[in-house]
Write a protein that binds this ligand. Structure first.
Ligand code: ATP
Length: 364
């Protein structure tokens, strides 16, 4: 489908059994070389062992999206690993603007907890690039690696709590993300005494952002018909209907993300046509019950946590033209992960468990 962003066809990451609390956990630096998921030949913009701009030694390709390639590099001045996101300057003969926008938003957001630190950005003759903090595996890949292809309630609650905080920060700056999904979230990696961000979720891929606020803080007037932006599986019904996106639509994508992480897949996962996806989404949240008021179709939540149902009801009850009730949504997630706290180990860090083992337990 032309307008639909392609899903990242990444193979699963390799799980490493934890051997000690400092170094060999799923999110440790030791795992990183195994995250080079692609053959070197697939790298089209930079080459392995190249010294990019005389400062970053390219070590391999760790991610590949629809538009960019993400390389693992070594900053030879600071002796520190970095991620370098690169996109060709020209795409189909036109100047690519995605990464320029992404740079701008990332720079504005520096210092915010859920945004990677930027060490450099710019362009060369052929490419636009961003050098940033290296992160761990993305949450879509973590989920794929789990036995039942789902995460425990305490993991999902903490991930989605952080996602909502990340979105609140972005919305406060006046932007909507428009591509919220598990593959656009990564855990941090550092476990040294100076900073421990292994439990911090980072939001990625700001290439589809759009300003929804005017400089005076008011909302921009919506276009009569907006183009499709996002990934079909996760976009709100309003996006299917080509309505201008607002913070509400990012929250709806966070809601579908929560469902997918908890229940292993969204009901429309195998549907190809956007029209069919739209219909199934409608039957999930615009279901005509006995009282003929549209609401949630509880049959699609069988076996799911009642907290997920509450979360959905809170989201679909929101007014898209108003600011989302972030605190209420976070409170919902806190119930999902209680009694754990953000500092507690995630399931896969507990007692030397692999991702496969930990997904067997603590299900919703
Ligand atoms: N700083 C980072 N550290 C480690 N891995 C990263 C980093 N940034 C991105 N990645 C990996 O690369 C993947 C693709 O990144 P990103 O979504 O930014 O690229 P993209 O080309 O914009 O992708 P898309 O197809 O969604 O447009 C992510 O899912 C993640 O696994």
């Amino acid at each position: 489908m032309k307008e639909t962003k392609q899903e990242d066809p990444s193979p699963p990451v390799t799980t490493v059994k934890k051997e000690n609390s400092e170094d060999n956990g799923v999110f440790s630096k030791a795992v990183l070389p195994k995250m080079k998921k692609y053959d070197y030949e697939e790298a089209t913009q930079l080459s392995v062992n190249e010294k990019f701009l005389k400062r970053w030694l390219i070590d391999g390709l760790i991610g590949k999206g629809g538009y960019g390639e993400i390389y693992l590099g070594m900053d030879i001045i600071r002796n520190e690993e970095v991620a370098i996101k690169v996109e060709p300057k020209k795409r189909r003969g036109k100047l690519a603007k995605r990464m320029i926008l992404e740079q701008l938003v990332l720079l504005k957001m520096q210092g915010k907890t859920h945004v990677p630190t930027i060490y450099g950005s710019g362009y060369t003759e052929k490419i636009n690039f961003i050098v940033m903090q290296i992160l761990s595996v993305n949450i879509g890949d973590i989920k794929k690696k789990c036995n039942h292809k789902r995460l425990s309630a305490t993991s999902v609650g903490r991930i989605v709590h952080q996602l909502i905080s990340a979105l609140r920060d972005l919305h406060d700056f006046g932007y909507v993300h428009r591509d919220v999904k598990p593959a656009n979230m990564c855990f941090g990696i550092s476990s040294n005494a100076r900073e421990d961000n292994r439990h911090t979720v980072y939001l990625l891929d700001f290439g589809l952002v759009r300003r929804f606020k005017l400089p005076n803080g008011e909302r921009r007037p919506p276009r009569y018909r907006a183009g499709f932006r996002g990934t079909t599986r996760y976009v709100s019904l309003r996006v299917h209907r080509r309505i201008e996106q607002s913070p509400y639509d990012d929250i709806v994508s966070a809601m579908y993300t929560a469902y997918e992480l908890l229940c292993s897949e969204l009901p429309w996962k195998r549907l190809e046509r956007a029209e069919e996806v739209l219909q199934l989404k409608q039957s999930m949240t615009e279901f005509q019950g006995a009282d003929s008021k549209p609401g949630l179709n509880l049959e699609m939540f069988q076996g799911a946590s009642s907290v997920l149902v509450d979360f959905f009801n809170t989201v679909i009850g929101m007014d898209p033209e108003k600011d989302p009730c972030y605190d209420k949504l976070i409170e919902c997630m806190k119930i999902l992960y209680a009694p754990k706290t953000m500092e507690d180990p995630y399931d896969w860090e507990d007692q030397q468990k692999t991702l496969e083992e930990c997904s067997e337990e603590n299900l919703t």
